[in-house]
Design a protein around this ligand. Structure first.
Ligand SMILES: [Zn+2]
Length: 215
């Protein structure tokens, strides 16, 4: 940390997150993918690989389409005011594919979301979309868990939010320690889900994880 702060300001500016205007051209991107193919030891100009850089660039557009979308703005346009409903809203097993920011390897898993509404709710498809916006970025699972919970909390202003993510990290299962089938579980409990053990337990039982220790 201390080292970073000693960098000259110009260097620091360059390491800041790239702005949309700094996006490289499609040609430069495809050239970078050719470099990776060469790094792996193959010939990017052989017949089978000739179309690969263009395909990878298009795949990146899809895998990382969550940049440039603001889920807070989206949710605040689509919530509905309700009154009288005071039970938990729960959505289980929202499948997602993300990519870890350390290796750009897939993270494949499921998200469970619960919240106790105060006055606002959102439709099921909106929750699934919220998950996608955060998943389609370079991620770490802990951050994604907190982002989903934080977004719901700030827009819906519910009595509490619970988010649990279970996911397999391909960077762990296909390389390095080679642990196949190991799922990582992260959770974020806010409001009543954090304060009230009964509410938290109701949520954890409903998602089939009664023994998960909530924060
Ligand atoms: Zn990784």
């Amino acid at each position: 940390m201390a080292k970073k702060s000693k960098l000259p300001s110009a260097k620091r500016a360059r390491s800041a997150p790239a702005k949309a205007s700094a996006r490289p051209s499609r040609a430069a991107t495809e050239e970078a993918i050719r470099t990776l193919i060469k790094w792996a030891g193959d010939d990017p100009y052989r017949e089978g690989l000739r179309g690969t850089p263009a395909r990878v660039a298009r795949a990146y557009e899809e895998w990382f389409s969550g940049y440039g979308e603001d889920p807070r703005a989206y949710l605040s346009r689509t919530f509905e005011e309700i009154s009288g409903y005071d039970e938990m809203v729960l959505l289980r097993d929202i499948g997602f594919v993300s990519h870890c920011e350390h290796h750009l390897a897939p993270i494949i898993g499921r998200v469970h979301i619960g919240y106790l509404p105060r006055s606002r709710v959102v439709g099921i498809s909106k929750l699934a979309r919220l998950v996608d916006v955060y998943a389609r970025r370079m991620q770490i699972q802990e951050k994604m868990t907190a982002e989903i919970a934080g977004c719901l909390s700030s827009v819906l202003k519910p009595l509490g939010v619970a988010v649990v993510i279970e996911a397999v990290h391909e960077c762990m299962t296909t390389r390095g320690v080679h642990k196949s089938g190991v799922a990582m579980v992260t959770s974020q409990m806010l409001g009543v889900f954090r304060r009230n053990a009964v509410t938290r337990q109701e949520f954890l039982s409903a998602i089939g994880r009664p023994n998960l220790r909530g924060e």
